[in-house]
Design a protein around this ligand. Structure first.
Ligand code: ZN
Length: 269
């Protein structure tokens, strides 16, 4: 074999083994050896104004704002945004939904929600085709679509003291279901910490304390999906209270999301 061919084959083997070792380390130690390689995309001014008014974006340090804006642009390019009855979808509707999605997935490398293609806007709560009940939001993994009542999505954003946040709630369902079907590093970690959260819940004392916490609504105990969604609303709206009262659950969710205090100017986490 010619020396240069030998060098190429050796390099290939070396890269392959490096890949295996890095993957094993990332799984064991819960980190990403890279999270964001490129960030060059910028929103047009007509859309940027909505990002600038988005509290999580404002709380980020400048380096992470650049990453966040790039991710929001990529999310917008990757998804379809449709109004259920064919009305136009506004820049505000597109940017705010993309921003909430990217807020939840900001710690991940895979931040684009691979099992979601379409955001479907309703003006108000709507009747679910699955069970005829009235819903404010609904993720349909088969249709790869997330339906949202815009009025309730907006209320969830505007009122930050009630631990109700429809956008974070619904995107948690999307992320959760992705973690059951996907083999990527981020899904692996989410699934791992979700299991640890469920194990914590085996403790009856903890369950009782959770259900007697006024801000932690009973709806969380409907099933494991609702539990993760409500926990996530609590994590982003009342981080201090959550961390003090339920430190283990807080830690596990923080690791599931790979949330990093270093992103923020002033961290409550
Ligand atoms: Zn739900």
């Amino acid at each position: 074999m010619a020396p240069y061919a030998f060098a190429i084959v050796s390099l290939g083997f070396l890269l392959f083994f490096a890949h295996l070792i890095l993957n094993a380390l990332q799984r064991k130690r819960d980190y990403l050896w890279y999270r964001q390689l490129w960030c060059y995309k910028r929103l047009p001014l007509s859309r940027k104004q909505y990002l600038q008014a988005f509290p999580f974006y404002s709380a980020l340090s400048p380096k992470y704002r650049v990453q966040f804006e790039h991710r929001v642009c990529c999310f917008i390019a990757d998804k379809k945004f449709k109004h259920r009855y064919g009305q136009p979808v506004s820049n505000e509707q597109v940017v705010l939904v993309a921003a909430v999605a990217c807020q939840l997935s900001f710690g991940r490398r895979d931040y684009l929600y691979a099992f979601l293609d379409t955001i479907l806007y309703f003006d108000e709560p709507f009747q679910s085709p699955a069970n005829n009940e009235i819903h404010k939001g609904e993720y349909n993994p088969r249709a790869r679509a997330l339906a949202l009542s815009w009025a309730d999505f907006k209320t969830g954003l505007d009122i930050t003291t009630d631990n109700l946040h429809l956008g974070l709630h619904e995107f948690t369902h999307v992320m959760h279901i992705e973690s059951e079907r996907h083999t990527g590093m981020d899904s692996y970690r989410y699934h791992k910490y979700h299991q640890l959260i469920l194990r914590e819940l085996m403790d009856a004392k903890l369950r009782n304390r959770l259900s007697s916490t006024p801000f932690f609504r009973d709806y969380a105990f409907t099933n494991q999906y609702e539990f993760m969604a409500v926990l996530t609303e609590y994590f982003f709206e009342s981080p201090q209270e959550f961390r003090v009262h339920f430190p283990k659950l807080f830690h596990h969710l923080k690791m599931a999301l790979l949330f990093d205090d270093a992103w923020l100017h002033q961290s409550e986490y």
